[in-house]
Design a protein around this ligand. Structure first.
Ligand code: SAH
Ligand code: MG
Length: 194
């Protein structure tokens, strides 16, 4: 028996300001997983397990490994995953993704963690992606600030915007991948490994 509704997780995220994927973004991602018959997923940034659960629910034979460094969120994710009886298909790891080594190969890697470190995540986990595999990155719009950062004067925010622009440039120039950008959710990119 499932002991929690997905709407309750969405509500918890809203009330507690947990930045889970936006509705149209997660819908796009789960459709993509279905259409491309993706079965083996690595996620960087689990938060409270919302996107990992949504991805696992696409099909009974999908397996997700997901990494979260915040202990409080990790504990909530564990409970949510357990409430959905998905322990056998979602493996959540507590720790900093940049310090965790994984041997397995995946057909999709979802990067949804610290925006300042996107290039590092991309380069570190490239070895874990099969040829033809996909890297999906979230939050490339950063609430529209990447397109227009005159809406903020905050120095840290401006710095983050610069880092995201830099990552977008990096994706465009990366010849080992073919990247497409999608203006939905908070800005999503899909990079296909050649
Ligand atoms: N994918 C989730 C939302 C993730 S929010 C969903 O859509 O449901 C981003 C999360 O990444 C935060 O909880 C943050 O703690 C985590 N994070 C940021 N940097 C990280 C890192 N280096 N390693 C592991 N987790 C990280
Ligand atoms: Mg996100």
């Amino acid at each position: 028996m499932v002991r929690v509704r997905i709407e309750e997780i969405e509500e918890y995220a809203r009330v507690n300001n947990v930045p889970i994927m936006l509705k149209d973004g997660i819908e796009f991602l789960t459709n993509y997983i279905k259409e491309n018959n993706i079965k083996h997923i690595l996620e960087i940034g689990s938060a409270i397990g919302y996107s990992a659960i949504k991805m696992a629910l696409v099909d009974d034979d999908i397996k997700v490994t997901t990494i979260e460094r915040d202990k409080v969120r990790y504990d909530i994710a564990l409970k949510n995953i357990d409430d959905f009886n998905l322990n056998n298909r979602i493996n959540i790891i507590l720790g900093d993704a940049l310090e965790i080594d994984i041997d397995e190969k995946f057909d999709l890697i979802f990067i949804d963690a610290a925006k300042s470190q996107y290039i590092k995540f991309f380069e570190k986990f490239d070895k874990n992606l099969i040829s033809g595999g996909k890297i999906v990155t979230d939050n490339l719009s950063f609430h529209g600030l990447v397109e227009d950062d005159s809406k903020t004067n905050n120095r840290n925010t401006k710095q983050l915007v610069r880092k995201i622009r830099n990552y977008i440039d990096y994706l465009k120039k990366n010849e080992n991948y073919e990247t497409k950008f999608y203006e939905l959710g908070d800005g999503v990119a899909i990079s296909i490994k050649k």
